[in-house]
Design a protein around this ligand. Structure first.
Ligand SMILES: *[C@@H]1O[C@H](CO)[C@@H](O)[C@H](O)[C@H]1NC(C)=O
Ligand SMILES: *[C@@H]1O[C@H](CO)[C@@H](O)[C@H](O)[C@H]1NC(C)=O
Ligand SMILES: *[C@@H]1O[C@H](CO)[C@@H](O)[C@H](O)[C@H]1NC(C)=O
Ligand SMILES: *[C@@H]1O[C@H](CO)[C@@H](O)[C@H](O)[C@H]1NC(C)=O
Ligand SMILES: *[C@@H]1O[C@H](CO)[C@@H](O)[C@H](O)[C@H]1NC(C)=O
Ligand SMILES: *[C@@H]1O[C@H](CO)[C@@H](O)[C@H](O)[C@H]1NC(C)=O
Ligand SMILES: *[C@@H]1O[C@H](CO)[C@@H](O)[C@H](O)[C@H]1NC(C)=O
Length: 422
């Protein structure tokens, strides 16, 4: 069982409670359960979590529909949502109509955690696909149940119940009577949920020398034992990560840099820009993170900002103006440069240079940039033939800084064939 019981006496005395609250630890990897024996609970009570981590027990909401009915029940009325006052709303705006909050979705819908619907006051209901899955990703995720019936003196935490945010949560008791009276729940203990923050985004620009990962908002994990696997799949499918991602798109603590970095920048420069999953594993023992299956926990997303590769060959003619339009993914302002080179590697021959025409402000996101090389001149050093388009963006936020020197043009954007004029 993944629960360690620690009895801590500090917090309770600070709060002035007569008795200390027990603290339980549990890691986000594995379902776990908390043994309530010895706490003042009985069968029929419910446990509610302070999921918002405000440090106080929430109210026990009175509802005669049982606990978290939205998990398994619908309004039963196609096109209608069930409101807290027991009526059905076809306008889907329980709160606005003064009917309390939205309690149940119409059939074949799933309730989401975000209160972004019904005029911004109700939980959203998203339609399910034929397999019964609904996409709540833009609405705070699927609404989970913070209330758990106490059976056999244990409460479980898994993907559908209990807190999902790492950190310290208070868990509290509601008796049936507390529910009826909408009383404030009584504190029982604390549950520490250990793991990385799965909402975090790490942003890196293609062609920069290091890509650093910070353990922001994580709880109880150390950078020294952090291992990361970047993958185009969600972390619960990490086992199916394509082979070209497996070896080079994996990293961990770099003792010489004192942090968790992706250091293979030549490999990064070959990736398509976009958002990847960062899947986490704790290297607590030697060999612990060898297998892909070990990286089954999300540590957020890796945003690779950069130019979209042009798959078709670009044609140019000597004696004519040559302008290249490049699509960008999440590239923020600053100076972008493009060059015609023999290859996009350090030490390559450089034939022509262009700076983006648009001088955008720092922080502004551009989705397209035009680069003008002017009139292409044929000369001995630049004969007709095939060239590479190589990209770089000036960045002062990395160390070493990226000043778009010769060695920095490692991101290939496309192939150009230059012909002589007819
Ligand atoms: C145990 O909980 C009940 C309510 O369910 C309460 O009335 C009683 O005072 C509690 N006992 C202790 C020792 O806290
Ligand atoms: C809607 O849900 C019911 C069960 O509640 C199921 O039998 C039916 O196939 C679903 N319809 C669609 C279109 O998914
Ligand atoms: C999660 O735990 C609850 C209560 O402990 C249980 O009812 C539920 O079936 C579990 N769900 C999953 C997906 O394991
Ligand atoms: C429960 O009590 C709180 C605080 O007084 C109140 O804001 C809330 O509307 C009540 N909920 C119900 C369902 O009565
Ligand atoms: C970096 O990645 C490239 C290509 O994916 C690979 O060939 C090379 O061996 C890697 N370098 C290191 C030091 O791992
Ligand atoms: C995830 O990986 C860890 C470490 O290998 C393992 O202990 C845990 O059981 C795995 N969890 C799931 C849901 O596969
Ligand atoms: C780039 O050039 C194209 C074609 O001339 C033009 O339509 C587009 O607006 C330009 N993009 C920007 C960001 O100025």
């Amino acid at each position: 069982m993944a629960v360690h019981k620690l009895w801590l006496f500090l917090l309770a005395s600070a709060r002035g409670d007569p008795d200390p609250l027990p603290v339980f630890s549990c890691d986000r990897h594995t379902p776990c359960s908390v043994d309530l024996a010895g706490l003042n609970v009985s069968d029929g009570d419910s446990v509610v979590f302070d999921d918002a981590q405000e440090g106080v027990c929430p109210r026990c909401l009175s509802t005669d529909l049982g606990i978290c009915p939205f998990l398994r029940m619908t309004s039963g009325v196609p096109g209608g949502v069930f409101c807290e006052d027991g009526t059905v709303s076809f306008r889907w705006s329980c709160a606005e109509e003064g009917k309390g909050e939205r309690l149940l979705c119409p059939p074949n819908h799933t309730m989401c955690a975000g209160r972004l619907c019904g005029g911004g006051a109700d939980h959203c209901c998203m339609a399910q696909d034929p397999e019964g899955h609904a996409d709540c990703s833009g609405h705070g995720g699927w609404r989970r149940c913070p209330f758990q019936r106490v059976e056999n003196m244990q409460i479980g935490r898994n993907r559908s119940t209990g807190p999902q945010t790492v950190g310290k949560h208070l868990f509290c008791k509601c008796t049936e009577e507390d529910f009826m009276r909408n009383a404030t729940a009584t504190p029982l203990g604390e549950l520490e949920l250990i793991g990385p923050d799965h909402f975090q985004l790490t942003t890196c620009t293609l062609g920069t020398p290091y890509c650093e990962f910070f353990l922001r908002n994580s709880y109880g994990v150390r950078p020294q034992t952090t291992m990361l696997q970047a993958t185009p799949l969600p972390c619960d499918l990490v086992h199916a990560t394509p082979p070209d991602f497996q070896k080079h798109f994996r990293t961990g603590w770099q003792p010489d840099l004192g942090g968790v970095y992706f250091t293979n920048y030549t490999d990064m420069a070959t990736r398509d820009p976009g958002i990847y999953s960062l899947c986490w594993c704790e290297k607590s023992t030697e060999g612990a993170c060898e297998s892909l299956e070990d990286y089954n926990l999300s540590a957020g997303g890796l945003v690779l900002a950069g130019p979209v590769r042009e798959r078709k060959t670009i044609h140019a003619v000597f004696g004519e103006e040559f302008t290249v339009s490049v699509h960008m993914v999440l590239v923020t302002g600053g100076e972008s440069q493009l060059r015609l080179q023999s290859s996009c590697t350090e030490g390559a021959e450089v034939y022509a240079k262009a700076i983006s025409l648009e001088r955008d402000r720092w922080g502004q996101v551009s989705d397209e940039k035009n680069f003008s090389f002017g009139e292409l001149e044929e000369h001995e050093r630049m004969p007709a033939g095939a060239y590479k388009l190589c990209w770089c963006r000036v960045s002062y936020s990395y160390s070493p800084q990226v000043l778009c020197e010769d060695r920095d043009f490692i991101t290939a954007v496309g192939d150009v064939v230059i012909k002589c004029a007819e």
